[in-house]
Design a protein around this ligand. Structure first.
Ligand SMILES: [Zn+2]
Length: 343
């Protein structure tokens, strides 16, 4: 149902449409996960789940598909802080002190660099990063900082053949980040061999286009992602059907999407050794959490953190901004994995 909508729809936001074209693309509620010896010599790893277009919205299941469709993780509204598996949810400002509705190019550039991109260009920019934002990404991205500290990083998303045959003129923030930090693009071969995920982790998007690839349950996809993330200091996965459905979907489609995504995230947490692999989930702006509007919202977005990285978010737990993510992740990895901080 969701898939047929995606196939027919045209997102009002360029980034949503184009990324689809260019990308193929246990302890529950326990405290023992919190008592982690951070002085241990165990290498610390971070998995960043970037979920496009989800905010902290009204606690009303009639308007908020996160409340209506969420199970353990995504059933969140502004009031919630504690999460299963010892996680913490922190409200994160996406408006960045700039008037207007927050948008993807500036929000994602801010998220993935720590620099307030909306202030830098004086407005919220939708779609793809422009020259100014590309420069900020090229100089200061999370990948650039992590790799500059002699740590390794990967982007879990797979790109289709089409991307390599004819590179799109305009590319998303994450694609720009990979290119400028020389992070390898994962391919359809990686997807087939179980070392990558498509932006739609179920592969239904590809299967509907006649590509022969097995479909994956949320649990199978989660296993693949955690296995990949366990090999890198930093692994980033991007999922944006949430934003797409927020713009063009029905409430029923949004609810079904959230229910499946919740299964995926829960399975990631079940598979992850949270003593060594921290999981952080965040977004670039609100959208899906209020189906009364098809536009983005000014709501804060959730930042959810599990594992030792959580300690780096206890300060400011009453509120973060999108500028806070990249510096804290970088600091955590460089401190624990024994390398000097990058510039
Ligand atoms: Zn959007």
């Amino acid at each position: 149902m969701i898939q047929s909508l995606v196939l027919k729809s045209r997102s009002p936001h360029q980034e949503c449409k184009s990324f689809i074209i260019d990308s193929t693309c246990n302890i529950r509620n326990g405290s023992s996960r919190d008592r982690i010896n951070l002085n241990s010599t165990v290498r610390q790893r971070v998995l960043l789940l970037f979920i496009d277009g989800i905010g902290l919205g009204p606690a009303d299941p009639a308007v908020n598909p996160l409340i209506a469709g969420g199970r353990e993780i995504l059933k969140i509204s502004a009031e919630q802080q504690q999460l299963p598996s010892g996680g913490l949810c922190v409200a994160t400002d996406a408006c960045l002190g700039v008037a207007g509705l927050p948008q993807s190019a500036t929000g994602q550039t801010t998220l993935f660099t720590g620099i307030n991109a909306a202030q830098a260009i004086g407005r919220h920019l939708q779609g793809f990063p422009n020259r100014q934002l590309r420069q900020i990404i090229g100089e200061s991205s999370l990948f650039k900082k992590v790799i500059g500290a002699e740590l390794n990083a990967t982007f879990a998303n797979a790109y289709t053949h089409r991307f390599f045959e004819k590179r799109p003129r305009w590319t998303s923030v994450t694609t720009t980040m990979c290119e400028t930090a020389n992070v390898r693009f994962r391919t359809m071969k990686d997807l087939e061999s179980g070392s990558s995920l498509f932006m739609d982790y179920s592969n239904r998007f590809l299967i509907d286009r006649g590509i022969e690839i097995p479909s994956r349950s949320p649990e199978e996809a989660a296993e693949i992602l955690v296995r990949l993330a366990s090999r890198y200091d930093l692994c980033v996965y991007e999922y944006f059907l949430t934003d797409l459905i927020g713009h063009r979907g029905t409430f029923a489609q949004a609810k079904a999407l959230v229910a499946e995504l919740d299964r995926f995230i829960s399975a990631v947490l079940d598979n992850a050794n949270l003593e060594q692999l921290s999981v952080i989930l965040t977004s670039d702006h609100g959208n899906l959490e209020d189906m009364r509007t098809k536009l983005h919202t000014t709501n804060p977005v959730p930042t959810m953190i599990w594992g030792p990285l959580r300690e780096h978010f206890s300060e400011g737990a009453n509120g973060l901004s999108l500028t806070d993510l990249t510096p804290r992740i970088t600091r955590f990895l460089t401190q624990h994995n024994g390398q000097p901080a990058a510039n």
